[in-house]
Design a protein around this ligand. Structure first.
Ligand code: 13P
Length: 255
């Protein structure tokens, strides 16, 4: 963690939760964050499935917990069955949107160009885009990790984006939901490369927060969150268990 950047722990619930358990989880996170008050060591955000955004938004009212979507369309409206726009997320109280997650890149064939158009759409309505990048296992084995990450950063982030409009999440594809993580040195190496690329491309790029994601849990969070240029975490599975999620937020180093 470097000074000057407020850390962020972001929950990605993915396609999990019906109304009752999703709202109960949001209420638990909201109550916990509220009672932590000034002792909260960073910003906290939850990203429920689209079906729960409205109800979760209501559950978070009056708490410091922020709300994010998991995707948005690049266009503001139109004949796009099943899609939702950035403005629709904003309308329900979201402040952030996760874009270019590897599950969307892989399972929905999203390209860097498409992710970039979505980031532009998010910017246009004032949503912070959490832009995900990460290499596959084959790319890591081939020694291509840094080249892949730089290509995704360049391809997915509009050059006119400013430091406060984006967050970057480094999520190695092979570490997502597998229980496997890179070594601490490997995380530092990639985050350093992302930092350098952002600094070269974006005015004030040093202020962009870079999250690590991929099998973050209470047991590994303290050492990961203490690393240089790791400004928080994007948490999948462990964010569905309130106590695990709280433990990860509490693992943030004291400011
Ligand atoms: P897991 O924490 O379940 O590995 O998922 C990470 C992730 O994809 C968050 O976006």
């Amino acid at each position: 963690m470097a000074s000057g950047r407020r850390p962020l722990i972001a929950a990605n619930w993915k396609m999990n939760g019906l109304k009752s358990d999703g709202v109960a989880l949001a209420q638990a996170v909201a109550a916990w964050a509220k009672s932590a008050g000034a002792a909260l060591r960073g910003e906290v955000l939850v990203s429920p499935p689209a079906t729960l955004i409205d109800a979760v938004s209501a559950a978070l009212t009056g708490s410091p917990v922020q709300l994010g979507g998991q995707d948005c369309h690049a266009q503001p409206s139109g004949a796009f069955t099943g899609d939702i726009s950035a403005a629709m997320l904003k309308d329900l109280g979201a402040s952030h949107v996760i874009l270019g997650h590897s599950e969307r890149r892989t399972l929905h064939g999203e390209t860097d160009d498409q992710v970039k158009a979505k980031v532009a759409a998010a910017r246009s309505v004032g949503l912070v885009a959490i832009v995900c990048v990460g290499e596959t296992e084959a790319q890591r084995d081939a020694g291509d990790t840094l080249a892949v990450i730089v290509r995704q950063i360049d391809g997915s982030i509009p050059s006119e984006a400013t430091a406060t409009e984006i967050v970057v999440a480094y999520e190695p594809v092979w570490a997502i939901g597998t229980g496997r993580t890179p070594t601490l040195a490997e995380i530092v190496e990639v985050h350093k490369a992302i930092r350098a690329r952002l600094a070269a491309r974006i005015p004030g790029g040093d202020a962009v927060r870079i999250l690590y994601g991929g099998s973050v849990k209470p047991s590994n969070a303290p050492e990961v969150l203490a690393l240089a240029d790791v400004d928080g975490a994007l948490v999948g599975g462990a964010s569905l268990k309130a106590d695990d999620f709280f433990a990860i937020v509490n693992a943030l180093p004291q400011a």
